[in-house]
Design a protein around this ligand. Sequence first.
Ligand code: FA5
Length: 348
Amino acid sequence: MRDRLEELRRRALERIADADAGALDELHGALLGRSGELTALLRGLGGLPAEERPLVGRLANEVKSAIQEALEARRDELRRAALEADLAGAGLDPTLPGAGRPPGAAHPVLAVARELQDLFRSLGFVVWEGPEVETEEHNFDALNIPPDHPARDVQDTIWLVDEPGRPRLCLRTHTSPVQVRALRELGAPLQVVAPGRVFRQEAQDATHEHSFHQMEGLVVDRGIGVPHMLHAMSVLLEHVFGRRIETRLRPGFFPFVEPGFELDARCPFCRAGCRVCKGSCWVELMPGGLVHPHVLEAAGVDSEEYSGFAFGLGLSRIAMLKWGIDDIRWMMSGDLRFLGQFPAQAGR
Ligand code: FA5
């Protein structure tokens, strides 16, 4: 009986190894089915002496498992071969590496914004964000920009709701309205930075976009003066550029500060006919000044007790200077040849 079982196993495995899909089904019936060979052999177990039955029974189970496993393995093998043949027929090679996705990275403006947020958080500032659709009151009135003031034209506002009898809404032209929002919500004293996108009807050129990013800085406390502002500006610039960069300060007019300043950086691209600085050798980077008492009062802060400084950094321009980008229009181009140059510096 044992010999017959071993012989059956040997023959069965040989036949299974050569079988095609149709033959496998037949083999399954011929070996393990009701009137299959193994079933017939097992029926003879009862005629064996009692002491042999357990051993032969165990062997019979082993042979049955071996046949079942061999049938399953051969089925898998045939299925895989059929799939590969199908793919090859369709011109596909499943062994080639996939196309994959190129790794993403932060946009250069986002990278600069994050770097500065980290810096200012470490100095005790709160990061505060305001909406891109802004009321006329926040964008202009509360910033001491009266209705007929030319500043409203200078910034060439994109109005969204401009109908008689309805509060006017615009795309914010700068991040300065966040000064008012933060002061009204947090009160004085406070230290905030407010990064975000702003919009203007702007003729585009190498340094001007219609949509660009700024970061507002605002510190209000007792006894704040111009030296505090200058210190904050120089800490900021040294942090971003990792070295002292040449700057100049000149008077600047903004209705929401008094006195007001313009901080310019030495143009790093400067050459004859430079289109970045238009031959002036300086790039406007960061205006600022002492918060006008009218702005403090409009936000409910006592201007007799508190004073403050504010600045409005051009984030897009900082990114340009940091990475030597000589045309701001690359920033919004969505061109992967441009964006792909930044993973190393701007990733995260
Ligand atoms: C303002 O927007 C003021 N709100 C800044 C301010 C804040 C002044 C707080 C005083 C106190 P200005 O329009 O100059 O200012 O813009 C600020 C900076 O944004 C500029 O120095 C420049 O770096 C950047 N900027 C201005 N216009 C554009 C533009 N069209 N494209 C790209 N960057 C621009």
